[in-house]
Design a protein around this ligand. Structure first.
Ligand SMILES: C[S@@+](CC[C@H](N)C(=O)[O-])C[C@H]1O[C@@H](n2cnc3c(N)ncnc32)[C@H](O)[C@@H]1O
Length: 266
């Protein structure tokens, strides 16, 4: 059998049950996830005047869907990592949320009817697809288009990694960045080694996570396609989107000078 691309397995060790060794630590981490999502919630909840239906591709632990639950008629999250899906399901139960469905699947294999008001692909997730297969980005956008009702919206959040690429370009296409996480995170932080492949516009990330009380250390390896604003606009047009607004900004209260926001209409 052909081995799965690393971008499809990068989150297989993420949010494992054993990282949260007491209920208090788990609660603290969940509260931290909600805080981290405030900016996105504020921004997205204002895109519609009434309640709306939403599909999130690559939904992770479903923090965005749960934050938006009061604004949603119904939400669906599609996430490939089994532990992340399980984390999301346990959290949903604790929150007693009934209008969100989590699905553990590859978004490229997901089928749905065209009835959503909003499709979201957040936190760089769109950047995973080209290194797996060069035809995937356009295919995924075309699929998003079919999942939307007429005039439905697509929102994406990406990064152009401007400052990291600038430092890599001065240093043989390599850069290393260390980040410390807030206390509520089960990890102290990460040390990430970036390698830039300028020809393909691929950024190879090797993140080493250092555990806190749990003591674990683990590596996450992924390859992201870095896009500029024009490349995104062109793909959206080819996928049949109209009124595409693609700009550098933030919908999250995190360091954000290199974020790209996409809002496109079917
Ligand atoms: C950077 S995380 C973002 C998660 C979430 N959107 C957030 O903002 O918290 C990217 C997520 O995409 C998931 N993912 C990657 N490829 C996928 C695919 N083909 N289908 C579904 N999920 C995928 C990963 O497992 C990971 O949880």
């Amino acid at each position: 059998m052909r081995q799965k691309h690393i971008n499809l397995t990068a989150y297989d060790d993420c949010e494992l049950k054993e990282f949260y060794d007491t209920p208090e630590k788990l609660d603290e981490y969940r509260r931290h996830l909600f805080l981290k999502t405030e900016g996105q919630k504020e921004f997205i909840s204002k895109l519609f005047s009434g309640k709306f239906t939403m599909l999130e591709a690559c939904s992770g632990n479903s923090r965005l869907l749960y934050s938006l639950a009061p604004y949603l008629i119904h939400g669906v999250g599609v996430e490939i990592s089994k532990p992340r899906y399980e984390f999301a399901e346990a959290w949903k139960k604790a929150l007693a949320i009934h209008n969100i469905t989590n699905i553990n699947s590859d978004i490229m294999k997901y089928e749905s009817r065209g009835e959503c008001d909003l499709v979201a692909i957040m936190t760089n997730a769109f950047m995973y697809f080209e290194p797996i297969d060069r035809t995937y980005p356009l295919k995924l956008l075309k699929r998003c288009n079919t999942w939307l009702r007429p005039s439905g919206k697509l929102i994406m959040e990406l990064r152009d990694y401007g400052s990291i690429l600038n430092s890599a370009k001065c240093n043989g296409n390599k850069a290393t960045v260390e980040i410390t996480f807030p206390k509520a995170d089960p990890f102290v932080g990460t040390k990430t080694t970036y390698k830039w492949d300028a020809e393909n516009k691929y950024l190879d990330l090797n993140e080493v996570f250092t555990g806190r009380a749990y003591g674990a250390q683990y590596d996450r390896h992924e390859i992201l396609r870095v896009y500029n604003l024009n490349e995104i606009k062109e793909l959206l047009g080819q996928a049949g989107f109209k009124k595409c607004s693609v700009y550098k900004n933030t919908v999250a209260p995190e360091p954000s000078e290199d974020k790209i926001i996409v809002i496109a209409e079917k």
